[in-house]
Design a protein around this ligand. Structure first.
Ligand code: BF8
Length: 676
């Protein structure tokens, strides 16, 4: 009996100390409230359940029923020949590579299927079958049409005239949609990359053919008994990752911009404090903006506002979580209520009248949390439903998009009088400027007379800006919420590295006050501060959601094109980072950055430690093939300095390291040299 009691006691859930879980005071307050109300959250679950050490090292194979085969590293590491093998003889390298590229397949599938849904809606709009959407950015449509081999002009009576925009839309829609499954050729957007990069891909045999094929082929090659060479497996991983970055994701971004508008800088706020006690609070969460665009419009309609007032609310406060938040932020200024790890906490405020979810990064535990409050949890996508009975499913259909959106908003309003618990909304929220992109960087850091991106390149060459970093990706309950993102970003901007950010990293940067022009004077080195203050931009630029990492690829391509910094992305003083990654999408993104020439550092841990030879292939050999390579560094300060060291290496190779030394000489240095 005593033994049984001891065992039961051992299973008692452990509670996290909120100060160890997050650096954000709003998050800490809400974790405390959850614990007081005995509502379980991911932060406490991470205390109770520890990750599997063998899985973390990437050396568990469960691809057939003779396994799972686990190949732990021998104590003391591998000294002689590595004799570890699974039942079929699969080596640690094979198993680790299979697992790694299956993560790429998962991530590429998620991004690309999102892109396919957008392409379907776009096609339906172009065919005039969906009437609630229209083409908001015809200029962007004309810009992208040539990549799909769609003509934008026509000869009439010997004169060149513009083609009808609806005709262009229809042809672009059909051609874009074909990118997922065309029988021949290669992904059309590959030709947007710098020429030398295209040549590297051709030489390595990794030019993606179509999106679906590359993902399917990963599943085939990693089936029991197929591809047993880690290099050949990784080749397919590269092809699928490129099909994501330069295919599915890039098409998703472009068609979303055409349909919903290309973002331009706008002001908003971030964090749980954006929710309002006296308003109906609706939170959109997930990734696809096709429904949330309509929810924004419905919330702004007089009809819905009047209805909310009838029910006793002062109005409707819409906010977002995860990348749906980034989508509606960058186009409408709708404030994000939080990152991935704050989704349960938004309900625990007691003020969330409806949480509307679509796809990806949605905790199944939201249903259990919603049960403790009055919140209506509404799933909307046919491929993402929940088994719990309290979840309402309203399937979104683009053919009656506004009707669906109004039904959802009305349900939230009707729920406003049902709030059951005391409301506690943390007061914390921060002002931010979001909505940057390839086009707005051109506007702010470009030059009217001397070519695109001229000012940016000039300031990199003269050393005021030391380099460019992309800091992106998730939160992970195994690390302290937002700490790595913020420490790394602050360290980079302190050292004059401008930061482009997306996904939950972007939300984190907004929450912690790094996305205002004023942040430059507080946090930046003198060179970057001067540039930001002169052109009026924040030192950390919000480029959107995770599919919008394609914007970073294209911004890097623009920098190459503007000249003076080499011929390829791999020549640039630039580096990438995913400090708190957790999702398979992050692995796909990481790899398309590496294969596009970017040194890419992940935080936390990568599932490669159990196969040192395969790990070296990713960390070292990749550089020879593509110019970019993987790395992992959990310590955020060291992480940032590895990126800075790479940036400095590239500056030296470009012969611009001396320019920076000159810029950073202060008055005393100059006087010492007799220059002042
Ligand atoms: O796609 S950053 S936690 S929300 S996976 Fe998910 Fe990661 Fe956030 Fe956006 Ni991206």
């Amino acid at each position: 009996m005593a033994e049984l009691q001891a065992k039961t006691a051992a299973k008692e859930p452990k509670l996290v100390d909120p100060r160890d879980a997050s650096i954000d005071p709003a998050t800490q307050e809400m974790i405390q409230r959850a614990q007081r109300l005995q509502v379980e959250t991911v932060f406490d679950r991470a205390m109770t359940m520890k990750p599997c050490a063998i899985g973390m090292q990437g050396i568990c194979c469960k691809n057939c029923a003779m396994g799972p085969c686990r190949l732990p590293l021998p104590k003391g590491g591998i000294t002689g020949e590595d004799t570890r093998k699974g039942l079929c003889g699969a080596t640690a390298n094979t198993i680790c590579a299979r697992n790694f590229i299956r993560m790429i397949a998962g991530g590429a599938a998620a991004h690309s299927d999102h892109g396919r849904s957008v392409a379907e809606v776009f096609r339906s709009v172009a065919r005039k079958e969906s009437h609630d959407y229209s083409i908001k950015d015809p200029i962007k449509l004309v810009d992208i049409a040539p990549y799909f081999d769609v003509a934008t002009t026509v000869e009439v009576d010997g004169k060149t005239v513009d083609r009808d925009i609806d005709e262009i839309a229809l042809e672009v829609a059909e051609a874009a949609y074909a990118e997922w499954g065309k029988p021949e050729g290669s992904i059309k957007y590959v030709k947007r990359a710098p020429k030398p990069l295209q040549e590297k891909w051709a030489q390595e045999g990794v030019v993606p053919r179509n999106v679906d094929r590359e993902i399917v082929e990963i599943m085939h090659r990693t089936h029991m008994g197929v591809d047993q060479d880690y290099k050949n497996l990784m080749k397919q991983g590269t092809r699928a990752a490129l099909a994501d970055g330069w295919g599915g994701s890039m098409i998703a971004t472009d068609l979303q911009d055409v349909l919903f508008g290309t973002p331009s800088p706008l002001q908003s706020e971030a964090n749980l404090g954006v929710m309002k006690e006296d308003h109906v609070n609706i939170i959109v969460h997930g990734h696809e903006p096709v429904l949330s665009e309509m929810v924004v419009a419905a919330c702004q309609s007089q009809e819905m506002i009047a209805y909310a007032q009838e029910k006793g609310a002062k109005g409707i406060q819409l906010s977002g979580i995860c990348c749906t938040a980034n989508e509606v932020l960058q186009r409408h200024g709708v404030p994000p209520a939080g990152t991935f790890l704050q989704q349960e906490l938004a309900i625990i405020t007691g003020a969330c009248d409806a949480m509307v979810v679509d796809i990806q990064c949605i905790f199944q535990n939201l249903a259990n949390v919603a049960k403790c409050f009055h919140t209506k949890l509404i799933t909307t996508h046919p491929i993402a439903r929940m088994e719990q009975e309290n979840v309402i499913h309203i399937e979104f259909d683009e053919h009656h998009a506004m009707e669906d959106a109004k039904r959802i908003v009305k349900m939230a309003i009707d729920n406003f009088p049902n709030r059951s618990a005391d409301v506690m909304i943390p007061r914390h929220k921060t002002a931010q400027i979001a909505g940057f992109g390839v086009e707005s960087i051109r506007y702010h850091l470009g030059g009217t007379f001397r070519g695109d991106y001229y000012t940016l390149n000039d300031n990199i060459i003269n050393g005021r800006i030391r380099g460019i970093a992309g800091v992106v990706g998730c939160n992970n309950a195994r690390t302290k919420h937002n700490e790595e993102h913020i420490t790394i970003i602050k360290e980079l901007i302190k050292n004059d590295v401008i930061v482009l950010t997306t996904g939950c990293s972007a939300i984190a940067a907004g929450m912690h006050g790094l996305m205002t022009p004023g942040a430059a004077a507080v946090h930046c080195g003198p060179g970057l501060a001067e540039v930001c203050e002169t052109v009026g931009i924040p030192p950390v630029l919000h480029l959107g959601s995770c599919v919008d990492n394609s914007r970073i690829l294209l911004a890097a391509t623009e920098v190459v094109r503007a000249g003076g910094l080499g011929n390829d992305i791999s020549d640039l003083p630039a580096a990438g980072s995913a400090p708190e990654w957790m999702s398979e999408k992050a692995i796909s993104i990481g790899h398309y950055f590496v294969a596009s020439g970017v040194y890419t550092v992940f935080g936390y841990s990568l599932p490669l430690e159990g196969a040192p030879v395969f790990k070296d292939y990713l960390y070292k050999d990749m550089e020879r093939m593509y110019g970019g390579m993987w790395d992992c560094e959990p310590d955020p300060v060291k992480h940032a300095h590895k990126m800075i060291a790479h940036i400095d290496k590239k500056r030296k190779e470009l012969g611009i390291d001396k320019a920076r030394e000159r810029v950073l000489m202060d008055m005393a240095d100059r006087q010492a040299l007799g220059m002042e």
